[in-house]
Design a protein around this ligand. Structure first.
Ligand code: SF4
Ligand code: SF4
Length: 160
């Protein structure tokens, strides 16, 4: 068995969307060890720890239903960001161009924002837009330094 992770089926979306430090792989480009298909990872047994440990939101929440990232067109990664005051963050990574604007994806984003989750949207070209929930307190919340080029989006853009 050499697919990316047990339960992923034929999905290998994060092998494109995510950067892998150990491989010096940048986000948005398909990993050189990925051969599209059901058993995508060609170095499965020796894949980096980052790959072994990563579980997208879909996989971490049972891995069933229609929102598998390769079908949704977006990989959602939800976690508490220890660099940002342990704030709840949902990172949306574009897998299929244009899908960050898909209504199914926007619904997830709106629900998260209403639940006071911080959002980031990363396009395949690595442009990032962040959205802050209405509980965001500029003076008292340490969000660290946003990477150069990051755009701060408005809640209205998401229809919240
Ligand atoms: S995006 Fe999720 S389901 Fe797809 S390969 Fe990665 S961890 Fe598995
Ligand atoms: S090493 Fe394997 S699991 Fe990791 S990104 Fe490359 S193809 Fe995917």
């Amino acid at each position: 068995m050499n697919r990316p992770k047990q339960g992923c089926g034929s999905c290998y979306a994060c092998c494109k969307t995510h950067g892998i430090k150990e491989l010096k792989k940048v986000p948005g480009e398909l990993c050189g060890h990925c051969k599209p298909g059901r058993k995508a990872c060609q170095i499965y047994k020796k894949r980096p720890k980052e790959c072994m440990e990563f579980k997208c939101f879909w996989l971490a929440t049972n891995g069933t239903g229609p929102n598998r990232p390769d079908r949704l067109g977006v990989v959602i990664d939800a976690y508490n960001n220890t660099l940002l005051d342990n704030l709840p963050v949902a990172a949306f990574f574009e897998y299929i161009p244009g899908k960050l604007k898909d209504e199914r994806v926007l619904k997830h984003a709106r629900d998260a924002l209403r639940n006071q989750v911080y959002l980031s949207f990363m396009k395949l070209d690595r442009n990032v837009t962040v959205f802050f929930p209405d509980s965001y307190d500029e003076e008292n919340t340490n969000i660290g330094i946003l990477p150069e080029g990051t755009v701060v989006g408005t809640r209205e853009e998401l229809g919240v």
